[in-house]
Design a protein around this ligand. Structure first.
Ligand code: BGC
Length: 913
């Protein structure tokens, strides 16, 4: 062993004690923890620097990659090593080694150096496994059941295969896809823990598959694979016009199992003409209508070896689809929170109903003991009507009913597999014996995105609003961002997702979720550049609605801001450009005043509107604002991507778009042709007016809000920016008044009415407990939850600078106001935890902040005089990690680095402690 000079050794021990620990944690490959099925030739690697020093910065990193974790840890048999690289980069650093092999697993480690030149230890290894990179890697055939299907019920096909393995297994990987949905088992055990697989993409163009490590499911000797299929989004009822078979009439399976044996040899088992097919207990399954299971039709042991399938039908090999197979790159749908009934009772109509206390999306697991052939049914609903009866009219044609027929063999447990429901209440029919809460469990189902954000404050109603926003996101982020999860719709409405996208980036890690959906946006974009109303597009060749189609620019940009993900911007750039070019082509002299638009959807409009209080905003005025906004985003994206020519030419476009706006919609005195909140909000938010007219336009906006007695009147498009604009133009107190307003229309009105999610309409339930029109009245629609963005970015004050996105340079600027005495927000960024907690007392403001290592933060402390501020009890001048920048506009600006800080700002009259 090489001798380390003793002095050096003690010095390094002493320095690590004195300077604290430096570590690397949370290794991500392509934004995921140890992903299987990576398609990228240069996977992007991210890690978090952990240091208990303040102002800690990474100055260098070293990456190493190998195929054997043991060897890797010894620094041996490396596939690639970056060498010590002088760089602060720690997020999405691309692998830059030799070509990666199809299906192969790679392990990686990183170590870093801080700005004192101190190295960390090597991180614990992480890994990724490559997808099947070449079409020729697929040996499997698409297969379907070989029997004649009951064309009405379309029971779930069961497909099985037995096979023998004669050697000990070292590793095994399954690659699975379906046209339809699938659940797979090997030797009686479930493959993975995902549901509704393979998820929903624009199947006509790309079909996702998943990759599973199934080593522990296989054994030497006899083995069996069993896969259940269902109609799912592929051929089930989808859309509100009663259509099915949208992508095809038949469900089919693609299955490939690759096994490596201990002796180094390998074998592949695939779906092919030798498999067998039958049906089992799942008698029918539809997303909107629910699932029927008949336990008498179970085929016990059918996914295990030794099962006698001699009576089963052969399968048929079907032609491979033309669409490409793509490895899933976003988090799968998994089961999450569980709820027990809080109340079980009989309604005035005599129905047996239970209340799970939360409007959620998923299903109910039910345990039951009964006689063979007994039938129970569970119907799902979001609300009770005025009389307290179970209410399903707002589900429109969706039956949302699961039915179970008992085998009578002891305790049976049922849950559906290939459907989901949006519900809080469940009606139970036919249940034998007493209905006990312990036999019913509601389970929430959503894409397994990491929870990244929390917000809370001193007002419990606002905390409930935040809860509702988060549940709106959970319930509508099932592989595709949907408008609603309960009625016969549940579609990827582009406008809704656009409106909510910035808020979504706070609550959960939605980088991969949006990156996946954005690909479908680009694929489904019409040849003209127009963007469909919903994606995946199942509604036909319609699109181009302002504020909806702008999803093509807004969501990539918000994803870039939240995560610093340049690849999303680069991948989407052609789609973004095509959308802006579409608007240019559709306009005359840059005035876009043609085509169909949803407008400021669901804006305030009173029933008996004799004096014109309805907040109708000219749709083309709105279109012109979003035309400018999308063009601005395109310019910004072009700059980030190094396309100066594009940036220049679209700046000229933007000038013309604003010019046309001013000629058409703005009077010389600064009034807009629509005097609504939404008109002023959009014009101000997107800088549509000359500088000189903006202030007085903001006064008009303020006066408008006042004229509605501190109520908002905005619909989907104005709502996200209303409080932002009021704050920007000095009306913070008014923005707070809107936030705290609790009569209709307002954010807190539904909260006061008992909502546990965000409603589609401001008055989904009216003050007299009657309902809005049942044909469009969802109680789980996230759009109006877009206020969450303002709560995080303004009330608590967490933000990122656009030129150092992903919170590499964060801005913390709390906005205390009389309305609240405390607010906190925390966000797990790609660098680590960024948080703020402020509290006001009569004589002081307390401010706790935490800034992740390897980032900087501009901290704005409300106040005028730096001398009134202490950090951990010391005057600012004595805290060398804090740099005083300036004091202006009611804030003292400090530049700080990583670490935890506790600031106190004494009020002018108060004495310093
Ligand atoms: C959806 C919306 C959507 C809208 C279009 C509705 O049916 O639920 O949220 O954006 O149609 O205006």
């Amino acid at each position: 062993m090489k001798k380390i000079p003793l002095l050096l050794f003690w010095l390094s021990v002493a320095s690590s004690l004195a300077f604290g620990q430096l570590r690397v944690e949370r290794l991500l490959t392509e934004n995921l923890i140890n992903p299987l099925g990576v398609e990228s030739a240069f996977p992007r690697l991210s890690w978090i620097m952990i240091s208990d020093l303040r102002r800690a910065r990474q100055t260098a990193f070293e990456l190493r990659v190998g195929s054997d974790p043991g060897q890797l840890a010894k620094g041996k048999a490396l596939y690639w090593g970056s060498g010590k690289t002088l760089s602060a980069a720690s997020v999405q650093v691309p692998y830059a080694g030799p070509a990666l092999e199809s299906g192969k697993r790679y392990y990686w480690q990183v170590r870093i150096w801080d700005d004192g030149g101190r190295p960390s230890a090597w991180s614990v290894p992480a890994f990724w496994q490559m997808a099947l990179l070449h079409p020729s890697d697929w040996k499997a055939s698409w297969i379907k059941a070989g029997y004649v299907e009951d064309s009405l019920l379309r029971p779930s096909p069961l497909l099985r295969k037995s096979f023998a393995l004669s050697q000990p297994i070292r590793s095994a990987t399954a690659f699975i896809s379906a046209r339809g949905m699938y659940e797979a088992e090997i030797n009686g055990r479930r493959v993975g823990d995902a549901f509704l697989s393979p998820g929903w993409t624009t199947y006509g163009k790309r079909i996702p598959y998943q990759v599973y490590d199934v080593t522990s499911l296989l054994k030497t000797g006899a083995n069996a694979i069993g896969v259940t299929l269902a109609s799912g989004w592929y051929r089930g009822y989808i859309g509100f016009s009663g259509q099915n078979n949208f992508y095809g009439k038949e469900v089919s399976l693609l299955f490939q199992l690759e096994i490596r044996f201990a002796d180094g040899s390998s074998a592949t088992w695939v779906s092919d003409g030798t498999w067998k097919s039958s049906t089992g207990s799942i008698r029918s399954s539809e997303i909107y209508n629910g699932e029927s299971i008949d336990d008498r039709d179970q085929k016990p042991g059918w996914t295990q070896a030794g099962y006698d399938d001699s009576g089963w039908f052969p399968v048929q090999v079907v032609p491979a689809p033309r669409a490409s197979l793509v490895a899933s790159a976003n988090e799968p749908i998994r089961e999450h929170e569980r709820f027990k009934p809080q109340r079980i009772w009989v309604t005035p109509k005599g129905e047996q109903v239970m209340d799970f206390g939360q409007n959620l999306v998923g299903w109910v697991i039910v345990k039951v003991n009964g006689q063979k052939g007994q039938r129970i049914s569970l119907t799902h609903a979001e609300v009770l009507d005025k009389e307290g009866n179970f209410y399903t009219e707002n589900l429109r044609s969706a039956k949302a009913e699961d039915t179970y027929i008992l085998s009578g063999e002891g305790e049976e447990e049922f849950k559906p597999h290939f459907t989901f429901h949006g519900f809080r209440y469940v009606r139970v029919e036919g249940y034998p014996g007493e209905i006990k809460p312990e036999n019913f469990t509601a389970v929430a189902l959503y894409s397994d995105m990491p929870v990244t954000g929390t917000f809370s404050c001193s007002n419990p109603l606002i905390n409930q609003l935040q809860h509702n926003i988060q549940w709106g996101q959970r319930g509508n982020f099932l592989d595709v961002p949907t408008d609603c999860p309960q009625r016969d719709e549940r579609l990827g409405w582009t406008g809704d997702a656009q409106v909510f996208s910035r808020t979504a980036t706070f609550n959960m890690g939605v980088n991969s979720f949006f990156a996946k959906w954005l690909k479908d946006i680009a694929l489904d974009q019409l040849p003209t550049g127009s963007v469909p109303f919903v994606v995946p597009n199942v509604l036909g060749p319609f699109g181009g609605s302002t504020g909806w189609a702008d999803v093509a620019t807004i969501v990539p940009w918000n994803t870039y801001l939240a995560y610093g993900d340049v690849k999303v911007l680069a991948d989407q750039y052609p789609s973004m450009k095509a959308w802006v070019d579409y608007m240019i082509k559709s306009s005359q002299h840059y005035l876009w005043n043609t085509g169909f638009h949803f407008g400021d959807w669901l804006f305030y409009s009173p029933e008996d509107d004799n004096d014109g209080r309805a907040a109708v905003t000219n749709k083309y005025l709105i279109a012109q604002c979003f035309f400018a906004h999308s063009t601005q985003i395109l310019i910004d994206a072009a700059k980030v991507l190094g396309k100066p020519e594009d940036a220049r030419s679209y700046v000229a476009v933007l000038d013309s778009v604003k010019d046309a706006f001013q000629k058409e919609y703005l009077t010389p005195n600064g009034a807009l042709v629509s005097g609504t909140q939404t008109a002023y909000v959009l014009a101000l938010q997107f800088d549509m007016m000359p500088e000189a007219l903006r202030k007085q336009a903001a006064v008009r906006l303020y006066n408008n809000v006042k004229s509605y007695e501190d109520h908002l009147t905005t619909g989907f498009l104005g709502t996200p920016y209303l409080c932002q604009v009021l704050t920007r133009f000095g009306y913070l107190a008014e923005a707070y008044r809107l936030l705290l307003q609790d009569t209709y229309p307002s954010w807190l009105y539904p909260v006061k009415m008992g909502a546990t999610t965000i409603w589609e309409r401001w008055d989904g339930i009216k003050p007299d407990s009657s309902f809005e029109t049942p044909s469009m009245n969802s109680y789980n629609h996230y759009s109006y939850g877009a206020i969450g963005d303002w709560m995080y970015r303004v009330v608590a004050g967490l933000d990122t600078y656009d030129d150092a996105p992903g919170y590499r340079h964060s801005r913390i600027m709390p906005h205390p106001a009389d309305a609240l005495t405390q607010a906190q927000a925390a966000l797990e960024t790609y660098y680590g935890k960024l948080s703020v907690n402020w509290k006001t007392e009569p004589d002081r403001l307390d401010l706790d902040v935490e800034v992740p290592a390897n980032t900087t933060c501009s901290l704005f402390i409300p106040g005028q005089d730096p001398a009134t501020i202490l950090e951990s009890g010391k005057p600012l001048a004595e805290v060398h990690e804090v740099q005083l920048k300036r004091s202006s506009e009611g804030y003292v600006e400090l530049e700080i680095g990583s670490g935890k800080y506790h600031f106190v700002r004494m009020n002018p009259v108060a004495k310093m402690p």
